[in-house]
Design a protein around this ligand. Sequence first.
Ligand code: GLC
Length: 651
Amino acid sequence: MATSEAILQVLLPRLHHSDLCTKSLNSVHTIKANVNNRRIKIPVSMQVHSCSRKSQNCRRRVYALQSRGSVFHEKTDVGRLESMGCQCQQAEGVSGLTTGDQNETRFKEKTTRLTSNPINGKISAPSIEGYGVGQQLKHEKEDLVINGKAAAAGTTKDKLDKGKVNVIEDEAWNLLRNSIVYYCNNQVGTIAANDPSNSNILNYDQVFIRDFIPSGIAFLLKGEYDIVRNFILHTLQLQSWEKTMDCYSPGQGLMPASFKVRTVPLDGDDSATEDVLDPDFGEAAIGRVAPVDSGLWWIILLRAYGKCSGDLSLQERIDVQTGIKMILKLCLADGFDMFPTLLVTDGSCMIDRRMGIHGHPLEIQALFYSALLSAREMLAPEDASADLIRALNNRLIALSFHIREYYWIDMKKVNEIYRYKTEEYSYDAVNKFNIYPDQIPSWLVEFMPSKGGYLIGNLQPAHMDFRFFSLGNLWSIVSSLATVDQSHAILDLIEAKWDELVADMPFKICYPALEGQEWQIITGSDPKNTPWSYHNGGSWPTLLWQLTVACIKMSRPEVALKAVEVAERRISQDKWPEYYDTKGARLIGKQAQLYQTWSIAGYLVAKLLLANPSAAKSLVNEEDSELVNAFSLISANPRRKRVRRRQSFII
Ligand code: GLC
């Protein structure tokens, strides 16, 4: 790292882009801008970024790209447009790519920009023919190769089916590319949904952090690294943004749920516009839910970027290291809680509505565990971080013990709970959380197969949420939060309960749905979350990618392959819905967005990984032998000596 850049990062770790922003290129460039609602190409006398983090009354404006004038240019100017995009990238110091790689990436970007109408995911009606980008896409290997075994190809029907699948994949890539959002002519993310026929887009025109993860991984697996790098750096800028809701500010490490690139008139100049990044930390979200998962996903994606691209310079940057530490600091802060699991409010993750998942929901714990392991791998060893790393290690051990021990159920455990004694006051209580056996729901006994088991959704005093939450279970496998035996048992259960969890479209977000009075009380009579719809037992195609990573990790790709085949039967015909309704996932979700980006990207990631299973390593956390040893020590003696913990982290 150049000395001046290093100093800048130390002095201004949260405003790394200021080096870009203050640069005046003193030349005329061509950029796309939106003037009078018409998307045109105009020359800009560059002050490339008016980068003020404008204070107080303009708290959202992070940094912006300005444009002036309104002269139309012919298509030939696009070359210059691209060159400006390149200059922006160079200023950012994209590294870790060979020249060849960069040229290839740029070529692809250029082609995308030329052939897609949109800037920021605004497209005309999708049609496979209309895109043109697909022409540059080479098909992945035609035969699926899993663990060295090539899928048998032979019959005419096979060939026809394969042709159909390739068309679906091409369509998916085209749709994914057309959902790309640009900021400063750089690709920075993908919008949540891109259905031109829907006027009720709510906030689906934004880049959601969690939604971008499968998009980012699809690009990484395709060798297109820049969009992920840009996404990581831009969201990092937003992390330190001043965020308040009615005068209250959450912790500094919070990452936004989503952001939008807005093109707005430039202050005091009617003829010019600027692009601004506009984050939402939950202060505008429906229900004002806190996006706890965003920062955890951000860490997971950062690690995957390093593993896929080989470019470790991104995670080594001082501002990125600071970003990681800020997220950890927020998660590891002391509170009143007695449990090592992260205590969160309702709707803090993929289920971002009231669904009775406040407390210690499994999904957040699995992402937390994965993020802790990933952060430990990436944090630069230095004295100042010693306390943080110690706290992180302690938490990893306690968290894995707690989840493996208390969240796990199978037929044997259900039997134990059924015969629990209650009201035990002692350090050695068997029924530590005072669970009353009457809580065992009648559906559970039917649902639990004799071979298999899973991690329950949530655990609180006198309360076990026995619902099966898919993402939490799948990511517990991926992150090794679940033991190897537990991981296999979860996949056994998925196989045994295929009709309940997959049926006509993978994958149920949770099982079973809340019904009747329970639905009224827990969801607040939410008309979008009616039984077997949306978050309440709806089926979400995006979950295919997490299922695939989990299956590959456990060397059982055939389970994921079967699910992908189910999805392929109708997902494209149905226009890539956000979710499906009914017990068997027969209907497209009543309020589901169509052309939902993470349904598209989830499918592509599943396909790419099944074609190249070893690539799943960039997402998997292997079981840590030190943790296993510590785990067996705790199992032998769960009451550890009382010690005073020091926990002030220097960032
Ligand atoms: C819904 C989902 C949420 C997702 C968002 C954008 O709110 O619940 O998980 O991030 O849509 O797709």
